[in-house]
Design a protein around this ligand. Sequence first.
Ligand code: GLU
Length: 420
Amino acid sequence: MIAKDSKRAPSPFEEVNQRLEEAREISGVPKEAMELLENPYREIRVEIPIYSHGHLSVYTGYRIQHNAARGPYKGGIRYHPHVDLDEVRALASLMTWKTALVNIPFGGAKGGVACDPHAMSEEELFELTNTFFTRIAMILGPNRDVPAPDMGTNAKVMGWAMAAYGRINGHTPAIVTGKPLELGGSVGREDATGKGVVIVTEQWAKASALSLEGTRVVIQGFGNVGSFAALNFAQKGARVIAVNDVKGGVKNDKGLNIPNLMEHVKATGSVVGFEGSDPLEGDEILYQECEFLVPAALGGVITGENASKIKAQVIVEAANHPVTPDGEDILVKNGVVMIPDLIANAGGVTVSYFEWAQNIQQFAWKEARIDDELHAILGKAFAQVLDYAKKYQCTYRQASFAIALDRVYRASKARGYIRV
Ligand code: GLU
């Protein structure tokens, strides 16, 4: 068991386990099964030495395989300066519950390298990716563990990853998802997470007899997830009134023109200075008056310290783990609805599943099929969450964890790993 230190604030992994404990009480999964279900199966840490301009830098990379009772380990690879063992553990665990909730045949994993990809050249990133994947290749495989992009990585990095694995094992497109189309990537994968955020939000609105038309949306983060969420919200007639990125934020109460803003970001590297917008400083983005606040950046941004300042009616968790449990207690007391990460950002891994299936079939699906199947999978999963929350009088997060925990528990039991 991974030791706890009760004197300090809970770590992200401990916070995920806190949520699992709540879900256990609701779902009735036996206590005795929890040690196996909470903790990762395998954790690997590798050194990644890179030479650049004659100077040696040694980076640290992780791959954590949390649970594979329902299928191969699945989850992204993050390149970010804050990557550490505990956070990767938390994110790996979240993947187990996410794939179980949307009922796709995968388990959960996560990986990462502590580095600042924005401060590195393309050659350095290639070297880093090549060495990292070569060093973890022995625990990967299309039926074992299938990585994907996450914060700081993208299709290009996945192409390099596939090549590194292929040099050892032969051409294996199904080894990673989120690849470039030229290497067997799937249409619709790039925008899938952002699109899924909006599919789920619209479903919540319909179930609450509301419409997205004209509602105010604020998005923290304008990377892959935030920008495509913004675009999909705008296409549904919502007003995206504020967005930000690491360099700053922009606001326009009438609604920002998202396609133009995406062009501006392509040209300048940031949302800052977008024509016809007012600037927003620091954390101000979180405290705007709006119907939907969409954290789409780092984890742990809404906490016990700042949750009481939130003026949004609904928080849609496009990022993984953006609200800490003590932040959530305050939000629930204040009547803020939370659509949790497990369902809100599951569009990405769902289309990753389609990519993996296409690679194995060696047959490419049409975009319309991807779109239909994505709507079907997310729609069914969120309908189950809505019903469960009503039946057990619990939050959507508790319902999501409880449904997922029960599925993984049953699969582990069917394999004979758990006998209670
Ligand atoms: N990194 C994404 C996530 O957190 C996608 C994972 C995947 O496609 O496997 O869900």
